[in-house]
Every structure is written in C-alpha cells, then in structure tokens.
Design a binder for this molecule. Structure first.
Ligand code: SF4
Length: 362
C-alpha cells in the first residue's frame, strides 16, 4: 500500500502549512514551493522561506511536485497531492448525516476545516489534475465547499473534480452556484441503492433519504450537472437490482454513468460483511439482468472494484480497474494471471478467507 503520510522533522509552526516539493526547475513558481537542497539515505532536505524541511522517505519514492500539508506538532505530513498519481482525494470532513450499512469510513462527530489549505493544494496541483473530494458528507459544509470549487475554477480552470456526496443537502437556490462553478468541472458521485424508497432508506439509515435524493437528482439534472450514480451491490439489494436498472433507465437517463460497485471490507463494511457481501464470482444473475436492461436503454454502465475473474467473460468489458493505487493489492494467485495489468485487484483490507470463491488466474 502506498503511504499517504510522510515522516517529517517537527517544524516551528502554529498554523497548518501547505507546500510543494520541488526537486527540479519548474516552469511555474509559487510562494509555496520548497526546494530540494540536500539528500542522504532515507532523508531529503528542502528549503522553504529560509527554514529547513526534512522529509523521511525511501530514496526511490518520487516526490517532485507533491503537495504536502504539515500540521503543528505532528511528526508526519499529509500527501494531499501526489504528482505522479491519478488518485488524489481530499477528505473534506468525517461528519455524515447517513449511517450506511456498508460505510467504509464511519462518521465522526467533529469537523476539522482545512478548506483554505485544500484551496492552496488545488492551486499547486499538476496541470489537468482530476481531484477527488470525499467525506463523510462534503455537502454538510456546502458553503465552504462551493467557495472552494468556485475559487479553484477561477484559479485553475484546467482542474476537474469528482465529488462524492449523498446529495441530501442541495436546494433549488444552489443551482446558480453550480452554474458559476461550471457544470463541466465537477462529476457528482451519488449513491442510490434501490428504487424502493423503504429499502434505500434502510440501507442508508435515514428516513426520507430516498425522496430527498430523488428531488435533488432532478435539481442536478436541471443544472446540467454530470452525475455518476453509484450502487453498492449487496445481499440487501441483490434481488432488486433489475428493478433499479429499470428505474435508472426510465427516471434517471441523464446520468453520465451508473456504477455498480463491489463492497469494501472496512469500517461498517467489515463489521457487516457476512450479511452484506455478495459473492458475484459464484452468482451474477441479478447483475446480468440489471446490466442488460440498462445497456439496452442506452445507460452507460460500469462495474467498479470487481476483480476481473469475478465477472463472467461477456461482462468484463464493463469492469475497468478502479481501486486507487494507494489501497490496491493482488493475491498470491494473481502472479500467474495474464490479465493482471487490466485488473483492478482487491482493496488492501480485503480478506480472501471471507471473500470471492471464484478467483482464478485468467
Ligand atoms: S487472478 Fe487476480 S489479477 Fe487475475 S483477474 Fe483474478 S483477481 Fe485479477
């Protein structure tokens, strides 16, 4: 697993510090640049506004262009942006108003606001970067989030954002703000687990969530927003997937993509694994019907987080490699597989003892 933290010698700071590591000449410069001035085994020293920043990292790790956030008194720096990665995500908050049965990051009560730091990080990101925004529920801090997206859109029109949200907190008056940010700049990743309101509400642990979501998807459609609809495949909604496909095709045909996702074995997903995980390597029928129906009606479908060999051959075309580089692993058997480069593998926290029965090299 790639480490998203780097050990750093303590700095005499009282406010969070965001800086970009520079190891070669850059065409664009920033007051937040820290320049490499020395190296020894396992440690690099940078100069930043007259003081020294010492980062401990293996000599092979590429750090040029990475954007770090260092918090007062902390011995590690957060790698907010890894310049060589396509999988950079800013965790906006750990608060959430839903309690999904498979939540990979159970909510916390308190919120630490790093929007100002994230705004600097976005400005320092590599050209054309696509940045994930996740939580908790980012729209719980809607005013700050919109401000961040709008200012980033002005400062860096080349950036794009993927915002993961339950979309519960949108209102009609937000549409003007979305228009200012630019509908082409943001892809909204929004979960919907069933077309049956009761079942969806049960899965997300919030009464009325389905109806609010339905209303707010209509707002987003009117705003011309791009939506990636996300459905985690579980025992709970397995038999209802064809109905959901029908609902998506008939009521939400504007979505850019309908992503059907495998479960992550972490947080509540791990706690509820036995009652929730659906082994799609041994049974794929409901998914097959759902995909066939959606595709026939012109909906773009994708399978996220499915190891390739867990999907029947005719449906592998829908299963791109989607697990982020920093949390992906492969199993021992994968060493002999000819499809490894196309396969997304497994989450780092996947346990094969309770996992897919049908994993085999292709
Ligand atoms: S054997 Fe491993 S690498 Fe090959 S398709 Fe299955 S999970 Fe992917």
């Amino acid at each position: 697993m790639i480490d998203l933290r780097l050990k750093v010698d303590p700095l005499p700071i009282v406010e969070p510090l965001v800086l970009r590591l520079c190891e070669r000449d850059r065409s664009e410069h920033s007051e937040h640049d820290a320049h490499l001035i020395g190296r020894e085994t396992g440690c690099r020293e940078y100069e930043y506004l007259g003081f020294s920043v010492r980062i401990h990292a293996s000599d092979e790790l590429p750090l040029d262009g990475d954007v770090l956030m260092i918090l007062p008194g902390q011995p590690s720096a957060h790698r907010l942006i890894r310049a060589t990665s396509m999988h950079n995500t800013l965790l906006i908050t750990e608060q959430c108003d839903q309690l999904c049965v498979m939540c990979s990051q159970p909510p916390k009560k308190h919120h630490l606001d790093f929007f100002d730091q994230f705004a600097i990080a976005a400005k320092l990101a590599p050209s054309g970067a696509y940045i994930g925004i996740s939580g908790g529920e980012p729209l719980l801090h809607k005013a700050r989030l919109f401000e961040f997206l709008a200012s980033s859109a002005v400062a860096r029109p080349d950036l794009r954002f993927h915002v993961l949200t339950n979309a519960q907190h949108l209102e009609a008056e937000d549409m003007k703000r979305l228009d200012e940010i630019g509908p082409e700049r943001v892809l909204w990743g929004i979960p919907l687990y069933a077309s049956d309101s009761k079942l969806h509400d049960e899965i997300v642990g919030k009464r009325g969530a389905f109806h609010r979501l339905e209303r707010n998807l209509a707002f987003l459609m009117r705003a011309g927003a791009s939506v990636e609809l996300r459905t985690v495949v579980m025992q709970q909604n397995w038999g209802f997937l064809p109905d959901l496909a029908n609902f998506v095709a008939n009521r939400l045909p504007f979505v850019s993509v309908w992503a059907l996702m495998q479960l992550e074995r972490i947080g509540y997903g791990r706690m509820n694994w036995r009652n929730t995980f659906k082994d799609t390597s041994t049974e794929f029928s409901a998914l097959k019907s759902a995909i066939n129906m959606a595709v026939a009606k012109g909906v773009e479908v994708a399978l996220y987080n499915f190891p390739l060999c867990s999907v029947p051959p005719d449906y592998r075309q829908f299963a791109p490699s989607t697990i982020s580089d920093w949390k992906r692993k492969f199993l021992h058997v994968c060493r002999e597989c000819s499809s490894r480069s196309a396969c997304g593998g497994f989450f780092e926290w996947y346990s094969h003892d309770e996992g897919f029965e049908g994993i085999r090299p292709l």
